[in-house]
Design a protein around this ligand. Structure first.
Ligand code: GRG
Length: 297
């Protein structure tokens, strides 16, 4: 019926930001243009059509902007309110772009560190162009993100997103240096996951709220929302590593456990089956231990 189609339309929040995501894609492509041809082709690699990924972060941020932007009262002269609202929204679009650039930079460096050969269903940049260009392309994206961030002229927002980069580096280091004690700790897992995944989402959500002119109190709520969403996003990603296929993941499944990385599904199974801890303690160097652990899930 007409009524149900209206309801469905209202229930599809993504349609609210579809056009802006389209604009974001082309903005990003122009923001990552480099002068030196090799660097240009490396930097643009994951901004090409068809390999942009899910665009989860920009989607969340633009929806957050939609939820928080209070309509600006129309002043006496017609159209000024609209102009202010548009300017505000453009600044928030910049945050969505910067966030996605930081995210892609971290993916490029991550694939070098992990020596991964696939990403988003195609060859990783390090696989296609080598480690050196992948590292440099990541640095280049980060630099372009910094310049875009500075142009917003909002020191609080600069601090938020610069701190995220520290968190990404910290999370990756925590993952790399996990001791056997830490491997079995849910607290360690959550701290690492905050740094690796949730910090970028939570702090960029907070930046959207601040730019919307919301109070400190509301900006903390936006932060908390982003943090919980980010943790949930990583938990689902962890489950998919066990249940997904190469086609759905864009990479091989069981990659975490094969790299000795213990994620939430194993931690929860260990709570239920304490005998699993022995297997986890051995570190999953032996493929038979991977099979053994899978039996508990
Ligand atoms: C240079 C900024 C920078 C950081 C260096 C390597 C590193 C430190 C951090 C890596 C952090 C990392 C890879 C975290 C994983 C985050 C994550 C959930 C990635 C997958 O995100 P999706 O599924 O990917 O949203 P798509 O492909 O859809 O964009």
């Amino acid at each position: 019926s007409h009524r149900s189609s209206v309801v469905e339309e209202q229930l599809d929040p993504f349609s609210l930001v579809e056009n802006e995501l389209y604009i974001l894609a082309s903005r990003l492509r122009s923001m990552v243009v480099a002068e030196v041809p090799k660097l240009a082709s490396a930097a643009e690699y994951f901004f090409k059509m068809g390999v942009e990924g899910k665009r989860f972060r920009p989607t969340v941020l633009l929806l957050m902007a939609t939820a928080l932007n209070v309509p600006i009262p129309e002043p006496a002269s017609v159209g000024v309110g609209d102009a202010i609202a548009t300017e505000l929204r453009i600044r928030q679009q910049r945050i969505a772009e910067i966030t996605e650039m930081i995210h892609v930079a971290s993916l490029l460096h991550d694939d070098v560190l992990d020596d991964a050969d696939t990403r988003r269903g195609i060859g990783s940049l390090n696989f296609v162009m080598g480690n050196k260009l992948a590292v440099l392309a990541g640095d280049f994206l980060l630099s372009r993100a910094c310049v875009a961030l500075a142009s917003l002229k909002n020191t609080e927002v600069v601090t938020l997103l610069a701190t995220v980069v520290e968190h990404l580096v910290t999370g990756e280091t925590m993952q790399m240096t996990t001791t056997s004690e830490q491997r079995c700790s849910m607290e360690y897992y959550l701290q690492k996951t905050y740094c690796k995944t949730a910090s970028l989402i939570s702090n960029s959500c907070k930046a959207i709220a601040l730019l919307a002119g919301q109070t400190a109190e509301v900006s903390v709520l936006a932060y908390e929302y982003g943090k919980n969403l980010g943790l949930a996003y990583q938990l689902i990603d962890d489950v998919l590593d066990f249940t997904g296929t190469t086609t759905t993941l864009g990479k091989g499944s069981l990659s975490d456990i094969r790299h000795g990385i213990v994620t939430a599904p194993i931690l929860y199974a260990m709570e239920e089956f304490p005998q699993l801890r022995e297997v986890v303690d051995r570190g999953f160097d032996n493929p038979a231990d991977v099979e053994l652990a899978l039996d508990y899930l």
